[in-house]
Design a protein. Sequence first.
Length: 330
Amino acid sequence: MFAIVAAALTVLGLSAGSAQAALPIPSGPGILVTPAFVGTATTATPITADPVPQNPYLAANGISNMHDDAYATDAYTGPGPVGHKLKVTSALYGVEECATIAFDRAGRIVGLCGNLLGPVLRLIDPSTLNVLGTFHLPGRNLLSGANPLSDLCGGAYFYLDNQDRAIVATTDRHVEVVAESGAKGFGLLRNYDLSAAVGAKDCLIALLPDWSGRIWFETHGGVVGTLDPTTGKVQTLALTGEIIANSFAVDETGGVFIVSDHALYRFDADPTTGEPVITWRQAYDRGTQQKPGQLSQGSGTTPTLFGNGWVAITDNADPQMNVIVYQRGK
């Protein structure tokens, strides 16, 4: 996760089109006793990696979603800081965390940010970190008792599509298509109601398109579904007795790789009906308890696709977790 905001004052009421100057994150007391920089300058030494196929329905690899690309590689091509004349720019937007950020074709930041009341989309200048526009999404259930800064229900995952539209899973079990409106912010383009397919006590976690443009989604209660963005048709399959607490990955063969708290799955769409079908299932060692920092008693990772047809996850084994690699083909 990437947080460009910190806990302090809550700033509310921004409307699409209202530019908000960024306030820097205040320094802690450690600034009085610690140096501003420790280390020495270095020279960049780029490495090469296998290219990842570009999903035609996603924004460019590296800028479309939390995990970088459809393969969920988390491997970015941009350079890191090398220690020459470092300058830190920060922005404080309140008690808020921008769990997922993407970048539009103009290089502006699109952030899905969660505060105490619920998630908002922010369009942010990448140089000044000023807020160029804000789009308020449906709020969270304040009576649920969930930690608002770790609750994944409709407030953590979204993606930018190939038209710079934000496709967002909301807290009220809808999928909203939010389009940028020039430099002024956002506007709602389309709203898909999934509440008939997702129970009232369940919630949407993550969503991604496959190579045909079909939108796949998953819920915390173990429902895996497809949404036809043209017709709005929704089809689902439930994993009995299992929950899902991570995002997922998609490859160019039609495979959708989802990890529950019991097993890693490959799903494919039925060639006739388009409904989700389990292609294979691999159980893993889920351990005996939920470890600190984990969101469930199960794998704490989104499946990562790489190499010549591999998919990797971590398990939750005792006394230590392991990285497990499987072949991802049918």
